[in-house]
Design a protein around this ligand. Sequence first.
Ligand SMILES: *[C@@H]1O[C@H](CO)[C@@H](O)[C@H](O)[C@H]1NC(C)=O
Ligand SMILES: *[C@@H]1O[C@H](CO)[C@@H](O)[C@H](O)[C@H]1NC(C)=O
Length: 413
Amino acid sequence: MKSIIIIFCIYISIARALDNGLAKTPPMGWMSWERFRCIIDCDKYPDECISERLIIEMADIMVKDGYLAAGYEYVNIDDCWSELERDKDGKIIADKNRFPRGIKFLSDYVHSKGLKFGTYLDYGTKTCAGYPGSLDFLETDAQSLAEWEVDFIKMDGCNVDTEKMVDGYIEFGRLMNATGRPIMYSCSWPAYFEYYRKPTMYPDYEILKKTCNLWRNWKDIEDSYESMLFTSDYFAEHAERVAPHAGPGHWNDPDTLLLGNFGLSYEQSKAQLAIWAVIAAPFLLSNDLRTVTPEIKELLLNREIIAVDQDPLGIQGKQLKKGNGIEVWVRPITPIVGNEYSYAVAFVSRRTDGHGYAFPYSLADLNLNSKNGYIVKDLFNLKRKTFNLLQNETHEERVNPTGANFYKFTPIK
Ligand SMILES: *[C@@H]1O[C@H](CO)[C@@H](O)[C@H](O)[C@H]1NC(C)=O
Ligand SMILES: *[C@@H]1O[C@H](CO)[C@@H](O)[C@H](O)[C@H]1NC(C)=O
């Protein structure tokens, strides 16, 4: 008996999560990579190059157009922001032409708008795009982040042995903690273990939870429906293994939202948004906020969908079933009524027959067991009246080709 108790206590202490007070719900914000990549020629592409101007313009729009008010608070630069060489003291410095006033200036500017500021490093010898890596400079770089008052760091994993990663990321986390500044820590080693490295390895998610606030599990997303599905398939197929490790303070990260870019239609945009909300994904936009259409902006600012993503229980949902080209994704959320959860339910279609496919279901088909049934709210059509669905009833859902319908089911008392 005594040994059982001791083992139990050890288990509890191992399972404890990172305690920097951050990411109680999945982080929300904007990030440069997917849309702007490593465009560095500001003469040729002045509107798109990774530069002080780009970040300032995005920050201004986040405030002016209501993104900050809806919860999108981080403004994050990804790769390609620094000089190719460190300075004489070994410090990383921002590219002098593209960031003429330096990173601290930019961080102050972003903070002055009520936003938070994030940037990017790589644990290897060089970043993925060939800029200075942090491998022999972990302490210097942690210090720089604190001096610049950075709020979010994505630590990438190019150009380093996967064997070194776990200890290295833990060490960098410890060094950031030692600066005294709480910095949201986005780790990349699962993506390198599970996708980029061959043969695949499965990372220890208990270590991830103790070390990082969020972590990229899988391949970088690209601006296409196929890429979006490749990522959602990963989260469907590996849900039993990865979903239980998400929760307040520590999240799986399927990578950025593509909405507002070139690759997804309106219906496909709804599909990504609904799936990402079900799997408690960080809502990080990687788009050009200056050119987002009103329809897409309305999706991104949909308060009910944001509330699903940000649900305080922090339970990551899963794909419940699929068949006939229709996938059903389900996430337990608040409010809890009696002892029954509410649920967010997404019906996602991969079908391409020209009309909305008719999909009949009952509550039992969704494993929704509250005996008095549920009040159902259409999250993509907030003006539509709610309706009740009882246990003895069947409801027909029509899902547009490659689109999604998304509902909140609240138990009837
Ligand atoms: C550092 O770690 C300790 C122990 O987990 C924690 O209580 C503290 O809030 C952390 N500080 C920062 C700045 O992250
Ligand atoms: C379902 O049950 C309710 C009351 O329990 C009843 O009023 C209704 O007619 C039933 N519907 C069907 C389709 O059986």
